[in-house]
Design a protein around this ligand. Structure first.
Ligand code: 5GP
Ligand code: MN
Length: 329
């Protein structure tokens, strides 16, 4: 709960903050927002992550101070774990030996912390960090504002997704008042790509297939494509969203080969189709409209399996819609 988090911060002094492996805008923006909040209170704080900061987030205030480490190698009064479904998601050895504060906006989060602050109504954890500033009486500085704004703009898909609420805009407005330049953040996050990313995109898009109904699309990214274009796996972030720009496409899978026979799979959907349910069947998770999991084995088979499940989900959903319309007629 928020009040427990406030009490803990007031009572203790030495903190670490972490987020999930392959951190994204909300993970990093919220971690750094909390870092600046703690610093403003005169506390000792550091952000530790398993993976380095992706290019898109290197301009975040404090990003250069993030320590990349495979394990929690010091004793802290508490470690804040930002937007993680379970204690293994940060990928940090010995994390469970610390006093853990779980901060998340996924309703599905396991309550793995010694304190759990979950707010499924928040569009991003960034929104929760903003609320924490208000609750604890820390002025929202430009640093905090830039970090929190980055969290909001990335987790809401530039305020396009259904998690965007009146409150999201209210918070965003306050952040702009505190000194955020939205165009500058957008340039850093969405307009600073490497040429190799564009080349990789053209190869990945060329693999796109769809089912007979045109509602389900899938595509792949191979290690060979990455080698050929000089791109990294991270360069593939965001590609999965492209097929959704087609009117009739309702759900997409992107299978990224991360090692021979291992595919990091991103799932996306529009509307009511819940791809988190499908990701969970393979030990993954996420939100209704954005989820992920890892598949293994033969590539064609993995693709057929996941496409089949998406087709089934879409058909089931359309069957429900048809029945509702028949009943109404
Ligand atoms: P992406 O496709 O961008 O990697 O992930 C989309 C969303 O799915 C993430 O924001 C995260 O919430 C969730 N997600 C992705 N991979 C995993 C996973 O392996 N486990 C869990 N629990 N969630 C995941
Ligand atoms: Mn998030």
């Amino acid at each position: 709960m928020l009040s427990q988090v406030v009490e803990l911060i007031e009572a203790k002094h030495r903190f670490a903050i972490t987020s999930h492996i392959r951190p994204d805008g909300d993970g990093l923006g919220s971690s750094l927002g909390l870092y600046w909040l703690l610093r403003a209170l005169g506390k000792e704080a550091e952000v530790i992550t398993h993976d380095p900061v992706p290019h898109s987030y290197q301009e975040l205030p404090g990003a250069e101070e993030i320590r990349v480490t495979p394990n929690v190698d010091q004793q802290y009064d508490a470690v804040f774990v930002i937007e993680c479904s379970d204690i293994s998601r940060p990928g940090l050895v010995d994390l469970e030996k610390q006093f853990v504060v779980n901060i998340d906006h996924h309703a599905t989060s396991a309550l793995f912390g010694d304190i759990n602050w979950i707010d499924a109504t928040a569009s991003a954890v960034g929104e929760m960090i903003y609320n924490l500033c208000k609750a604890i009486g820390v002025r929202v500085t430009r640093e905090i504002a830039e970090c929190v704004y980055t969290a909001l703009v990335t987790d809401t898909g530039s305020f396009h997704y259904s998690n965007t609420t009146e409150r999201t805009f209210k918070v965003a407005s306050e952040l702009v008042k505190a000194g955020v330049k939205p165009a500058k953040i957008a340039q850093n996050v969405f307009g600073s790509y490497a040429w190799s990313k564009l080349q990789l995109l053209s190869q990945v898009l060329a693999t796109t297939q769809r089912d007979e109904s045109g509602r389900v699309a899938w595509m792949r990214q191979s290690l060979q494509m990455q080698e050929q274009t000089g791109a990294t796996e991270e360069d593939g972030d965001g590609f999965v969203n492209y097929p959704l720009t087609v009117a009739e496409v309702e759900t997409v899978a992107l299978l990224k080969e991360t090692a021979p026979g291992v595919y990091r799979t991103s799932l996306r959907s529009k509307g009511d189709i819940n791809v988190a349910r499908i990701a969970e069947r393979f030990g993954g998770g996420g939100h209704r409209n954005a989820a992920g999991c890892t598949l293994r084995g033969d590539w064609d088979e993995a693709e057929r399996l996941i496409a089949g499940l998406l087709i089934e989900a879409v058909e089931k959903r359309h069957g429900e819609i048809d029945r509702t319309e028949d009943a109404a007629a």
